[in-house]
Design a protein around this ligand. Structure first.
Ligand code: HEM
Ligand SMILES: *[C@@H]1O[C@H](CO)[C@@H](O)[C@H](O)[C@H]1NC(C)=O
Ligand SMILES: *[C@@H]1O[C@H](CO)[C@@H](O)[C@H](O)[C@H]1NC(C)=O
Length: 327
């Protein structure tokens, strides 16, 4: 390569890097001068939502995860399907399990009333997840803001980006590596399964048709399996049956998820598989014994997740209704 070409490549690289750092620049307190009440109003609506239905806290944390892993944290998960477009919400990964949408709608409606066109749906989702973790017995962290809303939501992008509950530890590690997370961060984030619920349909094959040799997953505690079978009868056609994710202490105060996994009471294959790898098993052990360590790692990983592939500056838009892109 000639010196000139080299210089050119260097300049191009620098410009690209600069642009990227500008593009991903979010700021704590972004709305201070633009819409001072933004974070307060979101918190109020999250509080109200959770007092109406406790499960909303888990719903909002998962909503944020499913938003960020598909096209970045751009509120694409909130866009309703239309006759011409099957959106992310149509995916079996989201329908019928995803919840908390009405809290986002209420916060957005209040924010539009006082600061029209200013606060993005993507930021509301990120704030709401943080507030939910706080209220569900956790800890706070500051959420840098300035995300803009995307205009695209495609159901088939959920299939390649959202990890299904059948994955083993290597597949999970890959799925998170694709988004820039280490294996340890993957283990840390999965601790969110300390709260919330699951539909029976997400795990019943572990109870009734595991594989050709055995109908029940041998890595599942047998007492727990019996309880699950009572709640989720074989061949039930009821798609609304649910069980709590964590029967002991569904709170971020302790790291109950990891204690469950240690006791072979991880609900999904993707939970229990963390014990099949030496490195992830050590982390499960550490997190179970030291909830404070887990909480600080979890906050750091959430901070990283909430900046995933964000749109900023002139990219995207500020949707006026979170469920439809602006016309
Ligand atoms: C490691 C890969 C993961 C897999 C395979 C996975 C899978 C699932 C599945 C199948 C459900 C049950 C949905 C239902 O049937 O109702 C669920 C629930 C949930 N997940 Fe995950 N998840 C993963 C990681 C995460 C992460 C990273 C977070 C957040 C940081 C998270 C937060 C939640 C929450 C809070 C619930 C409960 C939702 C509710 O109660 O409405 N999950 N997950
Ligand atoms: C997703 O669907 C769109 C529209 O139907 C199509 O153009 C695209 O190729 C699909 N992508 C994948 C990965 O299947
Ligand atoms: C079924 O699972 C068990 C336990 O993991 C395993 O030992 C067995 O080889 C599996 N059988 C098939 C057909 O995959």
């Amino acid at each position: 390569m000639s010196a000139r070409k080299l210089t050119c490549a260097f300049i191009t690289l620098t410009v690209v890097l600069l642009c990227q750092s500008v593009r991903s620049q979010l700021q704590v307190g972004f709305y201070r001068n633009l819409c001072n009440l933004a974070e307060t109003i979101v918190k109020e609506e999250v509080r109200k939502g959770i007092s109406r239905d406790e499960g909303v806290a888990a719903g909002l944390v998962r909503l944020h995860f499913h938003d960020c892993f598909v096209r970045g944290c751009d509120a694409s998960v909130l866009i309703d399907s239309t006759p011409g477009n099957s959106a992310e919400q149509d995916s079996p990964a989201n329908d019928p399990s995803l919840r908390g949408f009405e809290v986002i709608d209420r916060a957005k409606a209040r924010l539009e009333a006082i600061c029209k066109g200013v606060v993005s749906c993507a930021d509301i989702v990120a704030f709401a997840a943080r507030d939910s973790i706080m209220i569900a017995g956790g800890f706070g962290y500051e959420v840098p803001a300035g995300r803009r809303d995307g205009r695209i939501s495609l159901v088939n992008e959920t299939f390649t980006n959202l990890p299904p509950p059948k994955l083993n530890v290597d597949q999970l590690t890959q799925a998170f590596a694709k988004k820039g997370f280490t294996q340890e961060e993957m283990v840390t984030l999965t601790g969110a399964h300390t709260i919330g619920r699951s539909h029976c349909t997400s795990f019943t094959e572990r109870l009734y048709n595991f594989n050709g040799t055995t109908s029940q997953d041998p890595s599942l505690d047998s007492t727990y399996a019996t309880q699950l079978k009572q709640r989720c009868p074989q061949g039930s056609k009821n798609p609304n049956l649910v069980v709590p994710m964590n029967t002991d202490c569904p709170s971020f105060r302790d790291a109950g998820y990891y204690k469950n996994v240690l006791a072979n009471r991880g609900l999904f294959t993707s939970d229990q598989t963390l014990m099949t790898n030496a490195a992830t098993a050590i982390q499960v052990n550490q997190n179970a014994r030291n909830p404070n360590l887990w909480r600080s790692k979890f906050a750091a990983a959430m901070l990283k997740m909430n900046q995933l592939d964000v749109l900023t500056g002139d990219a995207g838009e500020i949707r006026s209704n979170c469920r439809v892109k602006n016309s």
